[in-house]
Design a protein around this ligand. Structure first.
Ligand code: MN
Length: 251
């Protein structure tokens, strides 16, 4: 039987150690193909390049570097360049957490989200430290999640967002299925001068904090547990539909 085709992408770029770790972890499970950005694309969200051409360069057998976003990578691969439709799209392993509201900024999550939009089972995976030391434990989690998805699939319009604590296997206390928590971002606008005296700005400031709430992705990772959050495509505020209809609708 033909091995399942597994498409990998990331947002840290094709040379990122997390992508290599993901490829090593998933190679036993299928025929791994990699389409990844040529440079850092963290926090590009679900951006797609519509106003310029995209170049694709083969850097190793079944490894392709794209001068675009993670979403561009998945689109190019699935709609054009792969020899057949993938059985799974996996994005990561990101350097840094993608918890709570991070998922809307995250290029890593967007890579998997694009897979979901294309009707493919997909997950994103992140090492929860901004200075990761342990890639292999997250790789083993990726293999576990991938094997589950390849065997059982996912409901339509659902993807998984996985975060793994940065510690050795024996310090990971388990795996929790969680809901999205809420970030408390502390971004500041930092103004500087360029060498010719012109103003420029960095969006920066302290690392983002979060609200401590039970059952969330944040709570799991704080307890050194792996967090798996199922995300769905429909972000409609269903509970508010009727109230809004009553006051706004007309004909
Ligand atoms: Mn990243």
């Amino acid at each position: 039987m033909q091995k399942p085709l597994i498409l990998l992408t990331n947002d840290d770029g094709i040379t990122a150690p997390g992508l290599a770790a993901l490829a090593r972890a998933l190679e036993p499970l299928g025929d791994v193909w990699v389409f990844a950005p040529d440079r850092q694309n963290s926090a590009v969200g679900h951006g797609v390049s519509l106003h310029r051409p995209l170049r694709v360069e083969s850097v190793a057998p079944q490894w392709f570097m794209v001068d675009g976003t993670p979403t561009d990578c998945v689109m190019l691969a699935v709609r054009g360049l792969l020899p057949r439709r993938p059985s799974l799209v996996a994005s990561g392993i990101n350097c840094g957490a993608n918890l709570g509201d991070d998922v809307t900024y995250s290029g890593t999550v967007a890579g998997a989200y694009e897979g979901m939009l294309l009707g493919l089972p997909a997950f994103s995976i992140s090492n929860a430290s901004y200075q990761p030391q342990f890639w292999e434990p997250a790789g083993r989690v990726a293999a576990r999640v991938a094997a589950h998805i390849l065997a059982k699939g996912l409901p339509p319009h659902v993807m998984l967002n996985v975060n793994v604590p940065d510690c050795p296997d024996e310090e990971i206390t388990g795996l929790s299925v969680t809901r999205m928590g809420r970030r408390n971002y502390q971004d500041e606008i930092i103004e500087r001068k360029d060498p010719r005296g012109g103003r420029y700005f960095w969006i920066g400031g302290a690392l983002p904090d979060h609200y401590a709430e039970e059952g969330t992705d944040f709570a799991a990772v704080e307890l050194k547990r792996v967090s798996v959050t199922p995300l769905c495509r429909d972000i409609t505020a269903h509970g508010y539909l009727d109230e809004l209809r009553n006051v706004l609708e007309y004909s």
